[in-house]
Ligand binder design. Sequence first.
Ligand code: UCC
Ligand code: FAD
Length: 595
Amino acid sequence: ETRESYKQIGYSGREFFQQQSPLLGNQFLEDSALIEGLKRVLPQEVYSSIQPDLVQFGDRVVKDILELGRQSENNPPKLIQYDAWGKRIDKLVIDESWNTLKDIGATEGLVSIGYERKYREYSRVYQYIKIYLFACSSAVQDCPLSMTDGGARLLELHGSKELMQTVYPHLTTRDPKQFWTTGQWMTEKAGGSDVANSETIAKEITGGQCQDNGAGIPTHFVSGYKYFTSATSSQGAMILARDTDAQGKSTNGSRGLSVFYVQLRDKNTGELNNIKIHKLKNKFGTKAVPTAELELINTPGIRVGSKGRGVPVIASILNITRIHNVIHSVSTMRRCVAIARDFAHRRRVFTSTLNENLLYLSTLAEMELEYRAGLQFLLDVSLLLGKSECNSTKETDSLLRILTPLSKLYTAKQSIWVASEAMECLGGTGYMEDSDLPRLFRDTQVTSIWEGTTNVLSMDVWRSIKSHNSLKYYKDSITARISASKSSSSSALFETSIKLINKALDLIERTSRQVMEEGDLQFAESNARRFSYLLSTTYMASLLLEQAIWSKKPVDAQICERWCFLKLQNAKEDSQSIAFINADEKWRELDKVLA
Ligand code: UCC
Ligand code: FAD
């Protein structure tokens, strides 16, 4: 009938234009920068051994895992606080897809690979690249997995023999029926960055008041209000609380805090162990992750690590979860670029498809550049973590100490920019919920807030320089890469990059001297963020240089040079690096390669 009426007015509905949607292929096989990067950092036998698993997983993350992730997003957690009879029950209703994603996390070894250590110091690279493939399809299931990874590391470093027997095996198993996740509860209303304000208290248990609750005999009753608790569906949590003596006295500040392991639910009834979930947070993103405000009321806990050493003990989680933050940020950049690049081949504007348009290609190339530099940072930090765990030296530990906050703070900001640009790359459709771009954007926006904000981490960089002399190792590693480039057969290709890296190193030297030798703390604080950006971009330049030396491909040398132009050319005390790139022929060729 409609057709008939169309005919009468001489119009055929069949001529409507249908835009092809962008498609995602195997997320490992399509990622040439990743494959090349892995080949550089891994011994050949390790790469060959893990490659088939990465190929199968790269396929899964755009099939069943992506579907499960979408289902979780569309069915966010709910909290039922009271039953029909007015009894407080605080029941979390979690979609089955979210639990299935957790099971997949176990069977795919997303935590266990790091602890089986089958590939020794290279195990972390393998584990983290699997999570990198998983992150953007998983409805941020990588959040509870990251805290579980951190929890396992904390137990390895500080856990009692008993906790190593009761809890650790659950965190590091591949058996989904045995697998537990753990949260990390630090933030209170009075302080997230500054945990010294924590009001949660811990009272020692005396005289056998408490039974073994599955993790061992509790040592303390913990009471307080935690303002942000992600992954409230987890089995356990590592909590910061203030020790009190029999008279209720405690030590102020962060030196009065200790870490306690808490089992959330009763092992027999499944009911919460003296915990009230007051509300689920109404969040901008990470919608599938149950993040709550909750209250502990004499909740049985077990102290982990020494009394009053809560911050350094829980830092062993932070230093893992911050790297997971890098994974999520880099994964977001890669996924956004993959979608935008595929779309470029399918969308016509004016006279050509977008992949033939120089301006579009240039936009895409700069996004790709951010991604590639971020990827190198991720590979480097993962490898260093593995080395530090398997064969700790002053050099690896100090370098890792400074690179962890640097890589977290910088890649978080990069990913927010890339996700925003990717939305624009898809035009109006990119702004639509079902294009996936808004979800990717929202989920990555939090990466610069949780696990330490950009400012707080910038101050942590100064802390690491002071406590670990980490700037020395930072500079040594960059100068080693510069030396290697000089003996490379294609050294001429790196001249401009090296000039710019050396200029940046000069500025880093002058800035640190003003702080460390002249004690200018005001200067340190007000410039902390700029200084951290400069340290990050300079380090990433040296990693791109290393990749280019290894690959011997002129295009990799150009990528490095373009990064240096963009990020280091204007390195001076009073401004951020805003470089104007002359879009000459060289860059145009590079645009095409990168896009
Ligand atoms: O946000 C959270 C979870 C989100 C969900 C999971 C996301 C997963 C990632 C993404 C995957 C999708 S959990 C909450 C996160 N909260 C934070 O990150 C807190 C941010 N604030 C800070 O980092 C502050 O700098 C504090 C809390 C560390 C400052 O504490 P203090 O006590 O005031 O600092 P001090 O006095 O400088 O440090 C106390 C001790 C020192 O050691 P000692 O006593 O031996 O001199 C420090 O060297 O702690 C040591 N320390 C560290 N050690 C401090 N930070 C570190 C560190 N990062 N590593 C090693
Ligand atoms: P504040 O510390 O009050 O910071 C406010 C502002 O002040 C920020 O811009 C900050 O950069 C700035 N600032 C603070 N200190 C300094 C300084 N010294 N110099 C310069 N600027 C400074 N926490 C948990 O413990 N467990 C969780 O599971 C958890 N999950 C979360 C999930 C989500 C989705 C979100 C958004 C947060 C979660 N958090 C969790 C809390 C998170 O870690 C904190 O929000 C974060 O650490 C910042 O703390 P705050 O909110 O108290 O902000």
